[in-house]
Design a protein. Sequence first.
Length: 268
Amino acid sequence: MQLDGALADLLALVHTHGTVHPDIANRVTVSPAATLPEYNSTWPFRISDLIDPRQASVLLLFGSMDDRPATFRRTIVPQELDVLLTQRSMALRNHPGQVSFPGGGLEPQDDDEIACAIRETQEETGVDPNGIIPLGKLPELPLPISNFRVTPVVGWWQHPNEMVTTEEATRVFRVPVGDLVDPKLRVTAVATDRSAKQRFGTPAFTVGGTLVWGFTAMILDRVLELLGWAEPWDPRYKIDITGWDATKPVPAAYFDPDHSEVDLTGQK
C-alpha cells in the first residue's frame, strides 16, 4: 500500500463516518473503501453531558513529512505515513504539558470548524495552510474537563514545510503511523483523579520519546480501528501517569490484570 492508498482510506473514513470537505466532494467521487471495517457503534462518544460547551477543532494532519520511516512494518500502513503532534506549553491553562493535536477554540473570524483547525495549526506550529488539503471532519467529541465540543478535522499535508515551536506548543513533531499501530508501543494510561479519588484509564502510545494519552490517544485509537489499521494489543500493560506531564521521562510500564479503573473511551 502506498501513500495514495492511505489517502483513499482517510477519504473513505471521513465519507463513512463524517462529512467530506466540499472542495473534495466536488472534485472526486468518494465512496467507502472495501477495506474499512464495519461497526454497529462507530463513533459512540456522547456530548449530551456538557452544559453550554464552547466549540473547538483539532487537526489530524497526515502526510509524508520526512525521510524517517516507521520502525514497525505492516503492509496496510505505509512506512512513510506520519501524523503531526504537539506538546502543549506548561503555561497553558488547559491540559498543560500534554501531547495533543494542534487545535483550539472557534473564533469569530473562522468560517467553520475546518478553518478553525487550520488557523490554530498555523498559529501553533508554523505549518503553511496552503500546503494542507482538508479532507473533511469527523463527528464532534466531548472534552468535559475544559467543556469543549471538539470537531476532529482530517487533513492531508500535500506540501510539508518546516515546523516551529511557539508559546503554545513547546514541541512540534511527527509520529510515524506505523509506530502508532505497533502493539509493543501500546499501553493503558491510568491515573487517580484527586478530587473524586477515582481511578481512570485511556489508551496510550509510547511514541516520539514520550507518551500520548487521554483525549488525543482516544481519537487516535478510534480512528485507527475505524480505518482497519489497528493491531491487537494488550491493555493490561499500564503506565501510571498520576501527576505526570510530557516534560518528564515516561514512567515504566507494568503488567496489571485488574481493570478496576473507569475506561474513559466508553469502548470496553
